[in-house]
Ligand binder design. Structure first.
Ligand SMILES: C[S@@+](CC[C@H](N)C(=O)[O-])C[C@H]1O[C@@H](n2cnc3c(N)ncnc32)[C@H](O)[C@@H]1O
Length: 188
C-alpha cells in the first residue's frame, strides 16, 4: 500500500482497510460517505477486486457544507464551507487511471439522498463528513441498511478540531443502545 492522504492518517487507513477486509464475508456492498478525492476509496476498491460486491461512494462534490454551532472549535477554524472541493469527474478518472472498477458515484448532500440511492445491504461503511449534521444525516441514511456483522466506521470521532462528529455519534448511539469502540460504532 502506498499511502498518500491529507485527510486520513496512515494508521487510520490501515485500520479501515483491515476492517473492510474482515467484512468481505458479510452480506452487502461497501459504501463511503464523504469520498473527497478518493484516496481511501481507491484502497477500498482494491480490496474489492475479484469480489462480486459493489462499491458506492457519495459526496456533495461542492466541498464542505456550512458548519453548525455544534462544530465550533478554535482548533478547527481551517474547516470552512466549500473546502475540499473536487469534481465527480476527477474522482471517476482516478479510478480509470488506476485500472480499477469505477464505483457507483453519487453527487449530493447526505440529507437529500434516500434509501433508493443506497445498496440493499451494506457490509462495510466508512462515514467521513467532518461536521455534526453531515455525520447525523449519514448515520440516518445507512442505519437500516447495515447487515448483521457489518461495520460502520466514523472518522474523526476523537478529533478536537471537529467536535460535531463525536456529538452526532454519541447522540445516535445513545438513542439506540449501541456502543462506540474507539472511532467506530458496530451495528450487528
Ligand atoms: C474529510 S473529506 C473525506 C476524505 C475521504 N474520506 C478520504 O478518506 O480521503 C470530507 C468529505 O465529505 C464531504 N461532505 C461533508 N459533508 C457532506 C454532506 N453533508 N453531504 C455530502 N458530502 C459531504 C465533503 O465534500 C468532503 O469531500
Amino acid at each position: 500500500m502506498v499511502w498518500r492522504n491529507d485527510q486520513v492518517s496512515e494508521g487510520e487507513t490501515k485500520y479501515i482497510l483491515n476492517t473492510a477486509r474482515d467484512c468481505l464475508g458479510v452480506v452487502g456492498d461497501f459504501v463511503e460517505l464523504g469520498c473527497y478525492k478518493g484516496d481511501t476509496s481507491i484502497f477500498l476498491a482494491e480490496i474489492l477486486k475479484g469480489s462480486d460486491k459493489r462499491f458506492w461512494i457519495y459526496d456533495s462534490f461542492e466541498g464542505l457544507p456550512e458548519k453548525s454551532e455544534k462544530d465550533l472549535s478554535p482548533l478547527g477554524e481551517n474547516f470552512k464551507k466549500g473546502e475540499l472541493l473536487v469534481s465527480k469527474r476527477e474522482v471517476k478518472e482516478r479510478f480509470l487511471r488506476a485500472g480499477l472498477k469505477v464505483p457507483v458515484i453519487k453527487k449530493g448532500w447526505f440529507a437529500d439522498f434516500s434509501a433508493s440511492d443506497l445498496p440493499e445491504k451494506i457490509a462495510f461503511c466508512f462515514l467521513d463528513g467532518d461536521f455534526y449534521e453531515s455525520i447525523r444525516d449519514g448515520l440516518k441514511l445507512v442505519e437500516n441498511k447495515m447487515s448483521k456483522g457489518g461495520v460502520l466506521i466514523v472518522h474523526d470521532y476523537n478529533n478536537p478540531e471537529l467536535p460535531g462528529v463525536k456529538k452526532a455519534v454519541d447522540e445516535w448511539v445513545g438513542t439506540r443502545g449501541l456502543k462506540v469502540l474507539e472511532t467506530c460504532a458496530i451495528i450487528s
